[in-house]
Design a protein. Sequence first.
Lengths: 299, 307
Amino acid sequence: MKYKLTTSDYIFNSINYIMLTLFTLTCVIPFYYLFINTISDNTLVTKGLIVWLPKGIHFENYIQILKIDGLFNSVVVSVGRTVLGTALTLIGTTFLGYAFSKSEFWKRKFWYRFVLITMYFNAGIIPWYINMKNLGLLNNFLAYIIPAIVAPFSLILFKTYVESIPPSLEESAEMDGAGYITKYVRLIMPLSKPIVATLAVFSAVGQWNSFTDTLFLMTDPKYYSLQYMLYQYLNESNALADSLRQAAASGSQVSLATVLTPTGVKMTISMVVVIPILCVYPFLQKYFVNGIMLGAVKG
Amino acid sequence: MVGAKKLLNQQGFRLFLMVLPLLILVFVFSYLPLYGWIYSFFDYKAGRDLFSTEFVGFRNFQMMFTDHYAVTNILRVMKNTLGMSFLGIVTSVFPLIFAILLSEIKILRFRKTIQTLVTIPNFISWVLVYSIAFAMFSTSDGLINRILINSGSSEEGINFLASSNHVWLSMLGYGIWKGLGWSAIIYIAALTNIDSEQYEAAKIDGAGRLQMIWHITVPGLLPTFFVLLLLSIGNLLNNGMEQYFVFQNAMNKDDIEVLDLYVYNQGMVGYDYSFATAVGMLKSVVSVILLFFANFLSKITRGESVI
């Protein structure tokens, strides 16, 4: 039966399309606006003439910001914590999740709760800070990656997934004399690729976006992440002006159009922060969605 | 000895030993900090040994309710915390509405594109949201002000960011912008579980589109909405601090300071560790009580727990 559109349907549809399109534009235009302002002639940007289209396209901003003191280092910190942190989270959390899926685990219920409670309860930020300090994790790169090894929410997702794998598969591996580690490496991990990919994506985005841990724990610029650098540049125009002078002194500037301005720095670092996410996002979207669906099933 | 040997021969105990290092990590990073609670019973001064400072018992807790200055501040902070949480709860119906509107779009490609694009803001950090707010609203370089100035509707542009007017609303706005698409996914998933025969039957009965939404779609999504609503009761005090921290400035500080940010400002900026710990402790305890309350509500109304 074909549904016939009435006048009220047409009105509803039009309003609906317009509203959704407008909201979608608000999600897209800011990124576009940042981007065209980072690649346009910097004198035009300063005059406020770049609104809808880029003019005088150049990519000098992206080359120059890496010359700013400490910026390249912060890229290394951010990439490092994302790669190492994600790898460690995956190993630690999936193995623990696998162990918790075994009914013979010693006092399983107690230990599982022991881990899950940490999602709902924490001591507060000051005690957390004092603890990190006592552990010697202030101004220490390990502070970014060690606490992330066990991620409770990911653990639930992984355990639930492993429990859906038919036990007969593991039983046949046991016949061949495989122990827990062999089964985990040879059988469970290959079968769990989709969920592992989902967890990897969540963990990587979390690490890349993390900001407050740098704020609390790091005073040595050596450990500043890209997010933290961006925050500083957004707020401290003095620091910014200094860096710019350094950058200008280190390179020979030919044209005013490509000289980095404070606004240029803010916008260009923002793009550097967001480009990796925008690039991987379309490919990884299905994993994000998988993740929230699995979470929803649990919740 | 015999008991220990027996235990070691158990497969399950060996498995436990294998993951013991991981469990120790959980203990070290999530349970060990509880030790810091004792700071709230001292008059701790940064840089000194804790036990060389004065033991004050519950004075830091009493201060929250008796000291005039502290009381004024805490009332202000609680107003901000609960006010913004409340606005968040009221607008938590937006993702539901968004999911319904999206499902009414019948062109598949258009629908998918919208869904993809509106989810992006969820994956950027609050610092970046702040940067984007800067790029949109700042007086000199903001897109909005450029448009206003170029079109002649304003001469100098409007300083949206520094103003203390409507801080709650602008924070809410950023939150919705960032989270709407993502929060809608859970409802989009729930929509697929609604039996399509119901719609067929309604069509035969001559129901219009809005009628079908109201009588079939909305009731189908309410259980999910209800679970999320209960969870948000448990999170009433947990606004987090990142968003408010990055948007905080001298002009809007009084209206933006939520509990988490207040604890940070008192402790990490003002170095009043003891008082900040006391406030944080109270917050943790109240949050757990709220969570149990939400769970209790869920058990009596739905027959299952939410945690």
